[in-house]
Design a protein around this ligand. Sequence first.
Ligand SMILES: Nc1ncnc2c1ncn2[C@@H]1O[C@H](COP(=O)(O)OP(=O)(O)OP(=O)(O)O)[C@@H](O)[C@H]1O
Length: 307
Amino acid sequence: MIEASGLCKAFAGRAAVRGLSFSVRPGEVAGFLGPNGAGKSTTMKMLTGFLAADAGTARLCGLDVTRQPVAARRLLGYLPEGAPCYGEMRVHDFLDFIARIRGYRGAELGNRIGRVLDLLELHEVREQRIDTLSKGFNRRVGLAQAVLHDPHVLILDEPTDGLDPNQKHQVRELIRRLAPGRTIIVSTHILEEVGAICSRVLLIAGGELRADATPHQLQQRSRYWQAVTLRSSVTQLDEQLLAAVPGVQAVEAAAGGALTLVPEPGCMLLPAVNALVQQQGWALDELTVEPGRLDEVFRRLTRGESS
Ligand SMILES: Nc1ncnc2c1ncn2[C@@H]1O[C@H](COP(=O)(O)OP(=O)(O)OP(=O)(O)O)[C@@H](O)[C@H]1O
């Protein structure tokens, strides 16, 4: 369980985080979503106890990160932004160092390192210096140190930032595998990531919580939720007839000569559009219903907030 209550932080008198409160339960992967400068990293640093809050409290599994820092950090795995590791160390030596700091010795130490080398598929680079690794491997080393002690809580700051599509996929798969039984927060400004790994979205802008919802609920807030797109290569679609379908708010041109019918909030257009298509005898190449557009919801809720 992660609980933030009224967290505030200002730098040189400028507020970066303004009274954030939320909780994340075991088994949930919460996506911290927000534009650049929204306050995601600052919040994560306060949740992990690496930065003191000006006001408010952060608790991990009921432990206050400021008042019980050692006990709280035992339960926590943290991947800071950019996954900083000691570049001059070899992968195995670095993990050995982290394991010793975590208090492991003897067979348990070897087992822990072996397990994360397996989990993160790091065997082929175990003797390589960290500063010579590719970004993908570097991120996996960062994740390995974060999960070495099998923590209940994982806080991962932009774990896929700067990775190529294959590496992104691998890291997302790993987060999915780690999720059962753990409480995880992942920060990102990549919208596709939210749908791919998060069961819940905490949308942050200007240091405030703008939305706390499932990805599906956020999509439902899109003006394109249940929008209907039609395309025909043989028939000239009559825009006026389409605009007159009950519940149509707007008709917009879409890619490839298609038309998108934007619904009035809460209206299901498909049955009426279908009936019109049948009545007019239009031959269609495409008739699709949209699940909503996260990018549009994101823009609307965070308008003008990038810094
Ligand atoms: N140490 C610091 N000193 C001064 N200002 C800071 C410091 N750390 C963060 N800030 C400011 O606080 C605000 C929030 O920054 P933060 O890094 O938390 O945002 P973010 O959402 O993580 O952004 P990004 O997606 O770009 O990483 C920004 O305006 C940033 O410039």
